[in-house]
Design a protein around this ligand. Structure first.
Ligand code: SF4
Length: 371
């Protein structure tokens, strides 16, 4: 299959839905890791075509959604500094911190710029040698190579007025945290295809074995997701817990070696806080000692900042697969994309935003929401 439409072929999707129904003999709960997959599932109504016993729960894989409120407050503090030019991908600008967001800083006259790549931010630094340029380096293993490359190039070319505010998280420790959390419902995973394009999927073998869960590396189009669910359900029904690759047109078992090399040259594994979840050991990336001059937290003296998260937003529970967005009392009422209470309502990949956009909440549904 070469063209996008073929991955959205409704007849082929229907056949997969029937095939899943044929092999399903009991209820199973499967978590898709990535927000892009959640978006496709809700947009195309994939979950509504599955047999009743198959429940999809929505995992932690949206980088905007997992960035802790503490990092947003640090970004706001740095962006409010008149010496700084703060560069970020656009979707981070509306993520609420404890009191504010980056868009409000920009409205107050702060120099906050939307860029499309960390290398664009490096160019801003070269063009503005008298200013300090900071790039908000968020994301999973997918965005880490480009962020590492920007820091590597800054050092190699002697640019000293560039730094990154790092909020990189890693998928496998999050999967382990979900599987070992009390009351977890997750029995199988659709792993994130783009993360595996970079990292491969050798890391997942020990997780599948230790927790007895099938893990299927899966793409993002409707047919990818149907096939990934079929492969996962087949394993569950046959009592297998293996790692399989549905997304073979993009993912190799060993991943992308040059991308992994630049990550390990510049970053080291560190503990990281996840929004709504708390700290997970060895679940993030931080700059290695030799690149600390490019660490915005150290440069701007915000490393020690600590803040408490709001208790109203239950996105952490949603990302553990224990509840769905429509079960949040605030969803579509006090929390909307225009006035988000949590990051999962801001990002286009956030589960709450996907439910809000594609599953309209009628008033009677709001009243009936279980909680
Ligand atoms: S609907 Fe809003 S408040 Fe509720 S979990 Fe989602 S982001 Fe948080």
């Amino acid at each position: 299959m070469k063209y996008l439409d073929e991955y959205r072929d409704s007849e082929a999707c229907r056949k997969y839905a029937l095939a899943i129904a044929r092999i399903t003999t009991r209820p199973w709960t499967i978590m898709e890791i990535c927000g892009g997959q959640t978006h496709s599932i809700v947009k195309y109504g994939i979950d509504e075509l599955l047999p009743k016993g198959i429940t999809l729960v929505h995992g932690p894989g949206c980088p905007v959604c997992v960035t802790p409120v503490e990092l947003i407050d640090k970004a706001i503090e740095i962006a409010s500094n008149p010496k700084a030019i703060f560069c970020s991908f656009g979707d981070m600008l509306r993520v609420p911190g404890t009191k504010d967001d980056l868009l409000s800083v920009k409205a107050r006259g702060g120099d906050v710029r939307i860029v499309y790549s960390p290398l664009d931010a490096l160019k801003v630094a070269k063009d503005n040698p008298s200013r300090e340029v900071v790039f908000f380096a968020v994301g999973f293993e997918t965005t880490a190579p480009a962020n590492a490359m920007a820091v590597f190039q800054a050092k190699a070319s002697g640019v000293k007025n560039f730094s990154i505010l790092v909020s990189h998280v890693l998928v496998p420790p999050a999967m382990e945290a979900i599987l070992s959390s009390p009351g977890t419902l997750v029995q199988g995973f659709l792993a994130a295809g783009h993360v595996c394009t970079v990292m491969g999927y050798e890391e997942y073998g020990p997780i599948a074995k230790k927790y007895g869960v099938p893990i299927v590396v899966t793409g993002f189009e409707p047919l990818d997701i149907f096939q990934g669910i079929y492969m996962t359900v087949l394993q569950l029904e046959e009592g297998r817990a293996e790692v399989e690759n549905q997304y073979s047109r993009s993912v190799k078992k060993e991943g992308n070696a040059p991308a992994q090399k630049i990550i390990s040259d510049v970053f080291e594994v560190v503990p990281r806080k996840w929004r709504g979840v708390g700290e997970i050991p060895r679940s993030g990336l931080g700059l290695k000692k030799e690149f600390r001059d490019y660490d915005a937290e150290l440069k701007f003296g915000v490393a020690g900042m600590k803040v408490e998260e709001s208790t109203e937003c239950i996105s952490g529970v949603i990302r553990h697969g224990l509840k769905k967005p429509h079960q949040c009392p605030a969803c579509g009422v006090r929390c909307t994309p225009e006035h988000p209470l949590g990051a999962t309502m801001v990002s286009s990949e956030g589960a709450c935003a996907a439910y809000y956009r594609y599953r309209k909440f009628a008033d009677k549904d709001k009243a009936a929401r279980e909680f």
